[in-house]
Design a protein around this ligand. Structure first.
Ligand code: PDD
Length: 293
């Protein structure tokens, strides 16, 4: 083991055991590996506490249900594992990644294995990362638009992330930070976040459906916005409408609320993070800390 690994070694969780990361193993026959047959969640940590754990647990149960996949643990047990990992790795700010797959039946077969004989695989690990003091929140992000060629059940949080990953690479190649995906002329979402524009002071974001992931941060931010008497409209919008907007932003568990300052090279407003995005970022961090676990 080299020195770097020795210093960086985390404790991770695999199927009931807390292990040093270099000892944690999953079968090569795991359906997550062979078929992307798995779901995941990312829960952020601030001050050593989990933000919106129950929202993530509810969405996980929904993803599992939609794919007829069993959870090897209860949601209460999951909370315990999250907390244990945060404590063991002394995470003050960052996230907990969780993945459940349909397990390793021992052969490659398109047919789902019998859950009685093939238990699902459960993996969790932490990543320490500064989330509140994020330079991008001060400068804002640049996005490009790309076609949304993902499958039609984007409301299920599966580990099929190849296209979103390619989207990030397309953005990087274009000198931007992320890509907004467009389906049938309408923006769906960012590669790993929900997308918003602000028009006449009103917050506009795509309505929920199978076309987008039902973001946990989205739900919280819209609730806080409404409580702060800000107007919200949930409907699809085009990339042209977005380019003409006063401001734009994205939300996700790892980015919270992040301003977008340009789309396909077109600057929004004065090219700096807008007041609505800045205010929502503050409100989101303050309010979600109040209920952090
Ligand atoms: N991504 N849309 C997509 C496609 C996402 O992958 C994500 C989250 C979101 C925002 O959801 P939430 O607010 O619940 O994080 C929207 C996570 C953070 C990731 O893949 O790392």
């Amino acid at each position: 083991m080299n020195e770097r690994i020795a210093q960086m070694s985390r404790t991770v969780y695999v199927n009931g055991a807390y292990l040093p990361e270099e000892e944690a193993k999953v079968s090569i026959f795991d359906r997550g590996f062979l078929f992307a047959d798995g779901v995941y969640e990312v829960t952020s940590v601030i001050g050593g506490r989990l933000l919106d754990f129950h929202g993530h647990a509810r969405r996980l149960e929904r993803s599992l249900g939609e794919l007829d996949m069993a959870s090897p643990v209860t949601m209460d047990e999951l909370l315990g594992i999250h907390r244990e990992l945060v404590a063991r790795n002394a995470v003050t700010e960052g996230m907990v990644y969780l993945q459940i797959t349909r397990g390793a039946p021992g052969d490659r077969d398109f047919v789902f294995p019998d859950p009685e004989t093939t238990p699902s695989t459960l993996v969790l690990f932490t990543q320490s990362k500064g989330l509140i003091d994020n330079k991008a929140a001060e400068t804002g992000m640049k996005v490009i638009s790309i076609d949304d060629i993902r499958w039609g059940r984007r409301d299920i949080k599966t580990v099929q992330l190849l296209y979103p990953s390619m989207g990030k690479m397309m953005a990087k190649a274009a000198g931007a930070d992320d890509a907004w995906m467009v389906d049938d002329g309408m923006v769906t979402e960012g590669t790993s976040n929900n997308a918003y524009i602000v028009k006449d002071g009103k917050i506009i974001t795509r309505n929920l459906g199978s076309e987008i992931l039902h973001g946990i941060t989205r739900a919280a931010v819209l609730k806080f916005a409404r409580e702060a008497q800000m107007e919200v409209e949930e409907r699809p919008f085009t990339i042209e409408e977005a380019k003409a907007a006063e401001e734009a932003f994205i939300t996700s568990a790892s980015a919270f609320v992040m301003p977008v300052v340009s789309i396909d090279g077109v600057s929004l407003g004065d090219g700096a993070p807008g007041p609505v995005a800045r205010r929502l970022r503050e409100i989101y961090i303050d309010e979600s800390l109040k209920s952090a676990l």
